[in-house]
Design a protein around this ligand. Structure first.
Ligand SMILES: [Mg+2]
Length: 400
């Protein structure tokens, strides 16, 4: 008899960064240290357990635990695993017709379906999506926020030291938050500090690491400061410029001109805000080749959807560089599975969440990369002792 989903547990799991993070261009305060992942464990009559992080559902407008549980009942509970996806030649090609709308709306449901089906078949997610593409997954350190404003007495040194610790921990690629001028500092002071931070980190870490910057739109309305930032940091040979300004054709044509003049090797990347990729201005940015990398979030979009998106991007030679911040320890696990599945890969965003409830001792970055997961499914199980302490006290369990 076909496997059916007969039990689902949901629990909030604290997800702690390796250290306290400062603010970025738009947050009014620092990000602190702890976030929450909403772990979903869906079990089948055949003894398989699929995992997902449903944080998007709980944090959405109108979201609640009651709503999440109702959605799980409607979409997954009692359903046959075989009906979740359409399979052709052993590969997942589409969501099942009965759940298609739900999986397109909630990327974590797409991932849960992919995980359940691949585990039931004893395959990795990459194999189910078309084949394993690589053995090592390059990852980038993504926690260099405005640490100078969190530790004012150390200023620039606090940011540089933060990245030096990341280097000692094995990272070889670092993304640096910029865009201080506006909400965090005056435009001129913010510009000066942004430049000083980028050049200071390049100086400290040397020529071989990859450095990128992310302004979270912090240079909106400051065309002269944007040009000066790009000109003054060109010697740092940045790998990419992320969300320097809000996405529009006009803004990205101007940005493309600046890049061509000052740093032609640097990529222009954006798209983490696109929840239905591609939509809005991103349709034109992709069609006109005004971005080089596109960044919809891994957990928000899901694995099957990302795999489908990849071919559309490839037609325009645009690289998949998915966002993966805020997804918790689960995000790292999900990201490694996606990175193993996509034909082209740049680097996985690592927000550096400490181990919590997963049996993932082998997840260690070595010389800038992780090992690709072997499966089945996501390739990671729950650590039952850790879950009993951290997850079980607040879990909700529903049965078919
Ligand atoms: Mg970003």
């Amino acid at each position: 008899m076909a496997d059916r989903i007969n039990e689902i547990a949901v629990a909030p799991i604290p997800a702690r960064h390796w250290t306290e993070l400062g603010r970025n261009a738009y947050t009014p305060e620092g990000l602190g240290e702890t976030r929450t992942e909403w772990l979903v464990r869906a079990r089948t009559t055949g003894g398989v357990e699929g995992l997902a992080n449903a944080r998007q559902s709980v944090s959405a407008d109108g979201g609640s635990i009651g709503r999440l549980v109702a959605d799980l009942r409607e979409v997954f509970l009692g359903r046959s695993v075989d009906s979740l996806l359409e399979i052709a030649d052993g590969h997942a090609v589409a969501a099942g017709s009965e759940v298609r709308q739900a999986l397109a709306t909630w990327g974590w449901m797409d991932t849960l379906a992919i995980d359940l089906v691949s585990r039931t078949r004893g395959k990795s997610i990459a194999t189910l999506l078309g084949g394993r593409r690589r053995e090592r997954i390059p990852a980038y350190e993504s926690t260099t926020y405005f640490q100078d404003l969190l530790h004012p007495h150390r200023g620039l040194a606090a940011v540089v030291e933060h990245t030096c610790r990341g280097f000692a921990d094995g990272f070889r690629q670092f993304k640096i938050k910029v865009g201080r001028g506006g909400r965090a500092m005056t435009p001129s002071a913010g510009l000066h500090r942004d430049i000083e931070v980028v050049l200071g980190i390049r100086d400290a870490l040397g020529p071989d690491v990859e450095l990128m910057v992310d302004a979270n739109f912090g240079y909106d309305g400051q065309p002269e400061n944007l040009e000066e930032f790009i000109r003054a940091t060109s010697s740092a040979r940045l790998t990419w410029l992320e969300e320097m300004v809000t996405a529009s054709v006009e803004a990205y044509q101007a940005l493309r001109d600046l890049q061509a003049t000052h740093c032609p090797e640097t990529l222009l990347v954006a798209g983490e805000v696109d929840g239905n990729p591609p939509s809005g201005a991103f349709v034109d940015l992709i069609d006109q080749g005004l971005i080089d990398g596109y960044q919809p979030d891994i957990v928000r979009i899901g694995h099957l959807r990302w795999k489908q998106l990849e071919s559309r991007l490839a037609e325009k030679s645009i690289l998949p560089i998915p966002h993966n911040f805020g997804n918790g320890r689960f995000g790292l696990i999900a990201g490694l599975a996606l990175a193993t599945s996509l034909d082209s890969w740049v680097a996985l965003e690592d927000e550096r969440i400490r181990p919590n409830v997963y049996a993932d001792d082998a997840l260690t970055v070595i010389n800038g990369a992780y090992w690709a997961p072997a499966g089945p499914g996501l390739g990671i199980e729950i650590d039952h002792d850790a879950y009993a302490r951290i997850g079980a006290p607040n879990e909700v369990v529903i049965h078919a």
